[in-house]
Design a protein around this ligand. Structure first.
Ligand SMILES: Cc1ncc(COP(=O)(O)O)c(C=O)c1O
Length: 454
């Protein structure tokens, strides 16, 4: 059974089998080539041609020591990797705890926050502040923080008490045109929510540097500094969930280096290994690590594959390649290319807001540019999912069309992409968007239905 998939359609219409990859492309079992416009799931940062080099490092490690745990003992690869990650992290973030992926990292961060609060004599602090429409994973703890109703509702009630505040979408916000007023209204809401919930019950706030779900929601200037100040004043730990943003996706190693803030906890996964191994972790600020290292608290959490030695050498090799090939430099120089290329689409009447940074972009698709009215219900299903999704797929672009909140196209190609790829992606998007716009104009109901698995 596939993840997040309509299995009836999948069985009736057939499942695409992705068989191999090369550079920024993947190929299905019929030999059709696609641009990997979402880097798999925002994780194949190096694309698909470093398997030999990374595989050779993994092979050497497997010959020497295929497995050792991080429960009470350590091994050289995880020690070396922890040191490397700390050296890349914002100042003061020096301790690393390894997991097997994003959801585990997010839950591990919450457990750290709760045990840290207990060590500070704050026994009642268990609640979390998260943001609407955010995705932090779907295991039961992480799902408590995820703010997407279709993911949460089937499994209510969720285990960790969480309150969701507004995200940073300015597109339809009453103060959206005035960045300072917009930022202030978001921060006021966080403050009011904390007061209402009682600060002495809140352990942690979690947010992504740039929120993925909802479509690359950029923080207004001053937002992260405001969150930092509010959390400090109320004794709440600030967790920056960088499962997507870390390791170059937004042009820096970590989000704090892009937006000038230092969180208490950073969760990471995906790009750490360029998706050549399933591995994640949590970076802790010295302030958070302290009670765990001075005997006030023992961290009661562990995962069999957390800090796997093969995963650790894969991650070390990935970081070596990111540095050697100046991949972050590539992302930064591609930013302007991507921005200009995607912004050229605004003449298409269903293109709403285009937002993002680095190799992380989204296009909000609307019924009407002037009123910003979104596609909804059946119309969204027909035009957005079937016509547009199908058109992009047929033209060889894998990206994601997400209508769990207002419909968006998400584009996040591998970080090694040449600038020309942005032109190619934009041409395909133009054809698909123009076709869809013409159907909206003509009021033509689409006849075929073909739900794609991503
Ligand atoms: C920001 C964020 N946090 C957490 C997760 C969960 O990661 P995983 O799917 O590895 O459990 C994701 C996955 O997409 C994510 O985007």
């Amino acid at each position: 059974m596939l993840h997040f998939s309509d299995m009836k359609s999948a069985m009736e219409e057939g499942i695409t089998i992705i068989e191999r990859g090369e550079g920024v492309h993947v190929f299905d079992d019929k030999g059709t080539r696609y641009i990997d416009g979402l880097s798999g799931l925002y994780c194949a940062s190096l694309g698909h041609s470093y398997g030999d080099e990374i595989g050779a490092a993994a092979h050497e490690q497997m010959k020497k020591l295929p497995y050792a745990t991080n429960w009470t003992v350590a091994h050289p690869p995880s020690i070396e990797l922890a040191e490397k990650i700390a050296s890349l992290a914002p100042d003061g973030m020096n301790k690393v705890y390894f997991t097997s992926g994003g959801s585990e990292s997010v839950e591990a961060a919450w457990k750290m926050a709760v045990q840290w609060q207990q060590a500070m004599g704050q026994e009642r602090r268990r609640k979390v502040i998260a943001r609407k429409n955010s995705y932090h994973g779907v295991t039961m703890g992480a799902l408590s923080f995820t703010g997407i109703p279709v993911c949460r509702t089937p499994f209510d009630p969720l285990g960790i008490p969480t309150v969701h505040v507004s995200n940073t979408s300015n597109y339809r916000h009453p103060h959206g045109e005035d960045e300072a007023a917009f930022c202030q209204s978001l921060l006021d809401e966080v403050e009011e929510t904390i007061e209402f919930e009682d600060p002495s019950t809140i352990a942690m706030m979690i947010a992504e540097p740039v929120q993925n779900a909802g479509g690359c929601l950029m923080p207004p200037a001053g937002y992260w500094q405001g969150l930092r100040e509010i959390c400090d004043r109320h004794g709440i730990l600030l967790c920056s969930d960088e499962v997507i943003c870390a390791y170059g996706r937004i042009g820096t190693w970590f989000g704090g280096q892009r937006f000038d803030y230092t969180p208490d906890l950073i969760t990471f996964a995906k790009g750490l290994t360029g998706a050549h191994f399933s591995m994640g972790g949590v970076l802790m600020h010295d302030k958070v690590a302290e009670p765990f290292f001075d005997g006030r608290a023992d961290y009661n959490n562990g995962y069999t594959f957390g800090g796997h030695p093969t995963g650790a050498v894969v991650a070390l090799k990935t970081i070596e390649i990111l540095e050697r090939e100046n991949v972050l430099g590539n992302v930064n120089s591609n930013h302007a290319v991507a921005e200009e290329a995607l912004n050229s689409l605004t003449d298409i009447p269903i293109v709403g807001q285009i937002r993002g940074t680095g190799h992380f972009w989204a296009i909000e698709v609307v019924r009407d540019q002037a009123t910003r009215e979104p596609f909804k219900g059946e119309e969204s299903e027909d035009l957005f999912k079937n016509v547009l999704s199908e058109a992009l797929w047929e033209r060889g672009l894998l990206c994601r069309l997400d209508d769990r909140s207002d419909p968006i196209i998400q584009i996040a190609p591998p970080l090694i992409a040449e600038p020309e790829l942005w032109g190619e992606i934009t041409s395909i998007l133009r054809e698909g968007l123009e076709l869809t716009a013409s159907m909206v104009k003509a009021g033509t109901p689409p006849h075929q239905s073909a739900t794609r698995p991503i």
